[in-house]
Design a protein around this ligand. Structure first.
Ligand code: AAT
Length: 292
C-alpha cells in the first residue's frame, strides 16, 4: 500500500518505520520547503512531523531540547551570545532562556510555517519565542552564517532536520567552516548528530570534518528519545581554538545557573550527572568510528 511504500523507503532508515497511532490529524500543509503535519497521537500527545519524519512529541520533546541546549551552555562560563540554527518550534529557545548570563539569542529558521504551527499547537515550546532576548531571522542558515561577523557567538546550537531536505548543506564542510568563524575563540558548537544505530557513516563524516575545522576539542554524546528512529539521538560538541573547553565536566553546572525568567518549568532530564554520562560510548561505536 501507499503508506508502507513511503515510510519504509525513507533514505535515512531504509527498511524500517516506527508507528504511532493517529487519533486526529490537526494540520497538514505543504510549505515552500517541506510537508508540515501535526497530529494527536494516543500515546505521545501532539506530534510534529516534517516530510514524514517525527521532529518532536509532547511527551518526549524535553529530552532533546534540554540536552542540545545545556550540553554546550554548561560547558563554558557565562555564555552571552547564542545562535540557534533551525529549531523553529522554540523548544531550544525555551531551554536557553534558563541561562541568566545570556544577553542575546539569535535564531535562524528557514520555514515560517514551522514557527506558526508551533505557536498554534505547541505553546509549551513556542513560549521560547516570548523571551525578549530572542531575535528571529527567517531564512536559510547557510546564507545567515555567511553574513555573520567573525567571533560573534559564544555558542551555536544546530537544531536542524535530517540531511534529506532543506538541511542538506548543514552537514557539509563549508557550513562547519562558517560556524567556526562565527564563534569566538574557545566558543562551542552543539550539533544534532543522528543515531549510532543508523548513521555511523554520517557520524564518521561529520566528525572528520569537525576535527579539521575545530581546533579545540571534538566529542560525541548521545541520549535516548523514544520517538526518534532507533530511539537514540547523538550530539556533536566542538570548540574553536582558544581557551580549552572540557566538555566532559560542566564548568557552568546547571544547578548553579541563575535563571532569568519565571515561566520556566523544572528540568525533566538534564542535570550535571547526565551531562557527564552521555559522553560514554559503546565499544562498537568506538571501533566503527575510530576518530572518536
Ligand atoms: N526541535 C525540533 C527538532 C528538529 S527541528 C529542525 C528544524 O530545522 C525545522 O524546523 C526545519 O525547518 C529547520 N531547518 C532545516 N533546514 C534548515 C536550514 N537550511 N536553515 C534553517 N533552518 C533549517 C530536528 C529534529 C531532528 C530529528 C532527528 N531524526
Amino acid at each position: 500500500d501507499g503508506v508502507s511504500k513511503t515510510y519504509y523507503n525513507n533514505p535515512m532508515w531504509p527498511g524500517e518505520a516506527h508507528s504511532l497511532k493517529v487519533e486526529n490529524v490537526l494540520y497538514k500543509e505543504k510549505s515552500k520547503y517541506q510537508e508540515v503535519l501535526v497530529f494527536e497521537s494516543s500515546a505521545y500527545g501532539k506530534v510534529l512531523v516534517l516530510d514524514g519524519i517525527v521532529q518532536l512529541t509532547d511527551k518526549d520533546e524535553f529530552v532533546y531540547q534540554e540536552m542540545i541546549a545545556h550540553l554546550p551552555l554548561c560547558s563554558i562560563l557565562s555564555p552571552k551570545n547564542v545562535l540557534v540554527v533551525g529549531g523553529g518550534d522554540g523548544g531550544v529557545l525555551r531551554e536557553i532562556s534558563r541561562h541568566g548570563s545570556v544577553e542575546r539569542i539569535d535564531i535562524c529558521e528557514i520555514d515560517q510555517m514551522v514557527i506558526d504551527v508551533s505557536k498554534r499547537f505547541f505553546p509549551d515550546l513556542a513560549i521560547g519565542f516570548e523571551d525578549p532576548r530572542v531575535r528571529l531571522h527567517v531564512g536559510d542558515a547557510v546564507e545567515f552564517l555567511r553574513n555573520t561577523p567573525e567571533g560573534m557567538y559564544d555558542a551555536i546550537i544546530v537544531d536542524s532536520s535530517d540531511p534529506v531536505g532543506p538541511a542538506q548543506e548543514l552537514v557539509e564542510k563549508p557550513f562547519f567552516e562558517t560556524i567556526a568563524k562565527a564563534l569566538r575563540p574557545g566558543g562551542v558548537l552543539c550539533n544534532m548528530a543522528e543515531s549510532m544505530w543508523l548513521h555511523t557513516h554520517l557520524i564518521q563524516d561529520m566528525i572528520s570534518i569537525c576535527r579539521q575545522t575545530f581546533k579545540g576539542s571534538v566529542h560525541y554524546a548521545w541520549t535516548n528519545v523514544p520517538t526518534y528512529p532507533s530511539g537514540v539521538i547523538g550530539f556533536l560538541l566542538c570548540s574553536t581554538d582558544g581557551p580549552p573547553v572540557n566538555f566532559l565536566n560542566p564548568i557552568n553546572p546547571i544547578e548553579k545557573v541563575k535563571g532569568a525568567l519565571k515561566f520556566r518549568r523544572e528540568l525533566r532530564f538534564y542535570n550535571s550527572e547526565m551531562h557527564t554520562a552521555v559522553f560514554a560510548l559503546p565499544s562498537f561505536l568506538k571501533r566503527e568510528v575510530p576518530l572518536l
